[in-house]
Design a protein around this ligand. Structure first.
Ligand code: PRP
Length: 179
């Protein structure tokens, strides 16, 4: 059965991801000494990362999610992000940690940061598992980053290609099939 793209080399193994997520959890735990912490996962890509991350943060916290509209209106940083699911948890006066699987162009984060700042949290920080370091300007640089990501199309551990591959326990590149 021909497919347009095939799974390529493993880029981050499950063991390497687990070790780094444990470190990130410790960093986050040490950062938030007081106050209410809401860990906000951006769906769908963050669902596995968020599940592993919060189990490595021993302090009290609450988990909620955001579902933002996709690039339907083009790839411009329009600022008019639409939430398909808005957190039920009140955000005002609380520490918000927005969890992303990957920062690519940074457009998604830029729009969400503007929106979340409008909710008047006590603080707003970003935790991204992967950062491609190609975003031209970020409203808020992620304070917690798992790995710098190579300029490849990556799948697995939440990241998809046309909704496939999210369930892989490792992260791999996707490549055109060899002739
Ligand atoms: C992907 C990824 C990030 C975003 C990064 O989400 O999960 O949220 O793109 O790209 P950017 O930095 O260029 O904005 P996508 O819209 O594919 O939705 P998904 O999380 O459901 O996969």
């Amino acid at each position: 059965m021909p497919t347009a793209l095939e799974l390529g080399a493993e880029v981050f193994s499950a063991d390497r991801i687990a070790a780094r997520v444990e470190e990130l959890g410790a960093e986050i735990n040490a950062h938030y000494l007081t106050g209410d912490l809401i860990v906000l996962g951006l769906l769908k890509g963050s669902f596995i990362f968020l599940g592993d991350l919060v189990r490595n943060i021993p302090r009290p916290l609450q988990v909620d999610f955001l579902v933002a509209s996709s690039y339907g209106s083009g790839r411009s940083t329009s600022g008019d992000v639409r939430l398909l699911y808005d957190p039920e948890t009140g955000l005002r006066g609380k520490h918000i940690l927005l969890v992303e699987d990957i920062v690519d162009s940074g457009n998604t984060l830029n729009r969400l940061v503007r929106l979340l700042r409008g909710r008047e949290p006590r603080s707003l920080e970003i935790c991204a598992l992967l950062h491609k370091r190609i975003a031209r300007s970020l409203e808020l640089e992620p304070r917690f980053v798992g790995f710098n990501a190579p300029p490849l199309f990556l799948v697995g551990y939440g990241l998809d290609h046309a909704e496939d591959y999210r369930h892989l326990p490792f992260i791999a590149s996707l490549e055109a099939p060899k002739e």
